[in-house]
Design a protein around this ligand. Structure first.
Ligand SMILES: [Zn+2]
Length: 773
């Protein structure tokens, strides 16, 4: 039976910038269409779907030297004869299946830019023979038979590596690695080797299957379960990747690979592909672990052999190991009915205890936790190579056969500007994080084992509320008996429960906090958690000054005392109040609700010791006593003085206090009382030294509407007169007395026009003449 699996997919262009640059600078390798007998657009080919990864060489900074070309796909129509097709075109076909494919146009992709033969569109694909299921590993001392062939691809020059070097690498550290990681289930060993050829091949690395076929012919290798062809190509061979391995489907699979190096990390990595593993990559985000704006960086799980590892090859991570079925007895899975669990994680490099925690997510992806201290195979982490840190690591699996089959999730997110240099990925000990919006992971401590608590977010509220109630003494404590169950699904993901004498509310951000008494009553009156106060953030505290109680909320604070009642405060008014010492400062407890929507967008609130007013243009300022009284008598913030602009200052000359407002100033002293002053009169007074100058404090209100539209104000040491035609001048002493006797400004002398001048005598000019005393 032939089944049409999918129609032609919509293709989005290859990364435009890369493509544009590449088109400009690269000379395309010979296209298949130019070769005799090569398939062309419209041809139908039949063959096995083979997939593999062309791996870039890690540079010393740990970044792949080339762009990741991802999982590559070929149709192998005969041994060594292939047509490369875009992997996404055959997304529904299992590797190993025999397929009939209708070919389309040539596609330029990342792999083609790196020298691999160009792919052709797969316009239609039909499975002819399904893939074989994964074979079980064979018995025997070696059950993964490796045939090593030294090869000279077109354009290459033999390097100093010997056949014995490659065999020693496979039989030694590579075999040891996989034997250890699979608990003896996978035992690699070389069974044959073919040394350097006499001549350079005509086949280059752009045709890996041709290269492999040539090597297979020389060595007499045929494909099969547990049979591996490992071709060594000289370092620097043109067009060759650092390594390339075909993808198998389990612990018994064989496969083909070539490498350019004898490093354990690259040979063990390509064999990992042969067993069916994809890459171990890094997931970096800016808002939370795997949350917010994110990127995935291929190969950048630097702890893992399926990432970009170096000379040191760490323990296979738990996500990859579980894909191979290796951790069944060592995995603890959080099933749907488990709200919370306290776990001890054993080192992932060990062979005992719980070494993997699986947190299943809806949709098939799983989060995984492993504890990777610098012990055993991971002892190399003690030197912090490349800034790597031992600790509890968070991974996410990717369902299917994606390129990045395991993601190392950075548990300590940073803004994207810091991602390139961010190598700190473990969950810090003593911290909690939310994973996938579903779980809370807490690492309590790390040592010989790691103490880890996992909880479902949905269970956290009820659990925390119950704990808070128990801590308060339960039914016999301050809250009394519950009046109903815990209600969740409140604002901000919160939960709450009512008790006889109080309530407990919880959110992930605030934890569980109890409220009671009059403070709870006021909170309820503002709309509970949906009102301007939001959720309580700190426990209610009583035994404050004057026998008061207080509690902070997300949006403000509520205080109560026997004399002031229960009152809330918030925002800039609260901030100013707190800065003066709050209820312990000179303002004491709030006595009236904060009122907003005042003139010019202001807010105000009265306290035991004074008032605090705020407006956008004046900020929050407190005022009190006689100054406040005078200000209030002029209409307060709605009068000519407007809002206060500077703190009231006391301890002035002769025990006075003063404060500036938007429209003027108010000064008070015990002997003068409190008066406001403003405009030109205030300006002249200030220029003569204000309350410390000869005029002293004001003793009467400023009066305007005098003759000629003038204003005047009397001070302790004299008077200040202003009129549009005369300007502003002060009048003192004997001159003032004589001028007063002649009827002040309304008399024949009119307004003073100059300051008083004294030498032997004092004189001052007025509009109507001069007075001399
Ligand atoms: Zn790879």
């Amino acid at each position: 039976m032939r089944t049409v699996l999918r129609s032609r997919p919509l293709r989005s262009p290859v990364l435009p910038v890369v493509a544009a640059v590449a088109l400009a600078v690269l000379v395309a390798p010979p296209a298949l269409a130019d070769q005799e007998g090569a398939p062309a657009a419209g041809d139908t080919v039949v063959g096995e779907l083979v997939q593999g990864f062309a791996d870039p060489e890690p540079d010393t900074g740990g970044h792949p030297a080339h762009e990741d070309s991802g999982l590559l796909s070929w149709i192998e129509t005969a041994p060594g004869e292939t047509v490369r097709v875009p992997t996404e075109d055959l997304a529904d076909v299992e590797a190993g299946a025999t397929v009939e494919v209708e070919l389309g146009d040539t596609v330029r992709d990342e792999a083609a830019e790196q020298g691999v033969e160009p792919a052709r569109e797969a316009l239609d694909a039909q499975v002819v023979v399904p893939a074989e299921p994964a074979p079980a590993p064979a018995s025997g001392p070696v059950n993964h038979a490796v045939t090593v062939v030294m090869a000279l691809p077109a354009g290459s020059v033999q390097d100093g590596t010997t056949l014995a070097d490659v065999r020693a690498a496979v039989d030694g550290p590579v075999a040891d690695f996989w034997d250890e990681q699979t608990a003896g289930a996978v035992r690699f060993g070389t069974v044959a080797g073919t040394d350097w050829p006499a001549q350079t091949s005509s086949i280059g690395c752009n045709d890996p299957f041709g290269l492999w076929q040539e090597a297979a012919t020389r060595a007499g290798w045929t494909a099969g379960a547990g049979k591996h062809l490992l071709v060594y190509v000289p370092d620097g061979s043109p067009g060759c990747s650092y390594g390339l391995g075909t993808i198998g489907n389990g612990l018994g699979s064989g496969g083909r690979a070539y490498v350019r190096d004898t490093a354990t990390s690259v040979i063990a990595h390509e064999f990992g592909h042969n067993l069916g593993l994809g890459h171990s990559s890094l997931r970096q985000c800016d808002a939370g672990p795997d949350a917010g704006s994110c990127r995935t960086v291929a190969y950048q799980d630097l702890y893992d052999v399926m990432g970009a590892s170096w000379g040191d090859v760490g323990t296979l991570n738990v996500t990859q190991a579980s894909r191979l079925g290796l951790l069944a007895g060592a995995t603890w899975t959080m099933d749907a009915g488990t709200p919370r669990a306290d776990l001890q994680l054993s080192p992932v490099s060990g062979t005992t205890g719980t070494r993997a925690v699986r947190l299943p997510m809806p949709g098939g992806a799983d989060y995984w936790l492993e504890y990777r201290p610098a012990t055993g195979r991971d002892a190399w982490l003690a030197g912090s190579p490349f800034g790597l840190t031992p600790g509890v690591l968070l991974h996410r699996s990717v369902p299917g056969d994606g390129d990045d089959s395991s993601l190392l999730v950075d548990a300590t997110p940073t803004p994207s500007s810091g991602w390139a240099s961010d190598r700190t990925q473990p969950v810090p000990a003593g911290s909690s994080l939310v994973v996938g919006g579903t779980f809370q992971v807490t690492v309590t401590s790390v040592g010989g084992t790691a103490a880890v608590t996992v909880a479902r977010l949905g269970s956290l509220g009820p659990t925390a509320i119950d704990a808070a109630w128990q801590a308060s003494g339960g039914a016999g404590g301050s809250l009394g008996n519950p009046l109903g169950g815990v209600v969740c699904g409140l604002a901000q993901g919160g939960c709450g429960q009512l008790f006889q004498w109080g309530s407990v509310h919880w959110t992930p951000a605030t934890g569980a906090v109890a409220t009671g008494g009059g403070i709870r009553g006021l909170w309820a009156g503002t709309g509970w958690e949906t009102g301007w106060l939001g959720y309580p953030t700190t426990p209610m505290v009583c035994g404050l000054a004057q026998g008061g109680c207080g509690q902070h909320f997300q949006g403000g604070s509520v205080f109560w005392s026997p004399s002031s009642g229960v009152v809330g405060t918030s925002g800039a008014v609260r901030g100013l109040w707190a800065s003066t010492g709050g209820h312990e400062g000179w303002l004491g407890y709030p006595t009236t609700p904060m009122v907003c929507g005042l003139a010019r967008g202001g807010c105000g609130q009265h306290f035991q010791g004074g008032s605090v007013f705020w407006s956008p243009s004046s900020g929050a300022v407190a005022t009190s006593g006689a100054v406040r009284g005078l200000w209030a008598s002029t209409g307060g913030h709605e009068g000519w003085l407007g809002y206060p602009t500077t703190p009231m200052v006391c301890g002035l000359a002769r025990g006075g206090c003063g404060q500036h407002f938007q429209g003027g100033s108010v000064f008070w002293s015990p002997s003068s009382g409190a008066f406001g002053t403003s405009g030109a009169v205030r300006g002249l007074w200030a220029s003569t030294g204000g309350h410390t100058g000869p005029l002293g404090y004001p003793v009467l209100p400023m009066v305007c509407g005098l003759a000629q539209g003038g204003c005047a104000q009397h001070f302790q040491g004299g008077s200040v007169y202003w009129a549009p035609s005369s300007g502003t001048n002060a009048v003192y002493g004997g001159i003032r007395s004589r001028w007063a006797a002649q009827g002040w400004e309304a008399g024949t002398l009119g307004y003073p026009v100059r300051p008083m001048v004294c030498s032997r005598q004092c004189s001052q000019d007025f509009q109507g003449g001069r007075l001399v005393v």
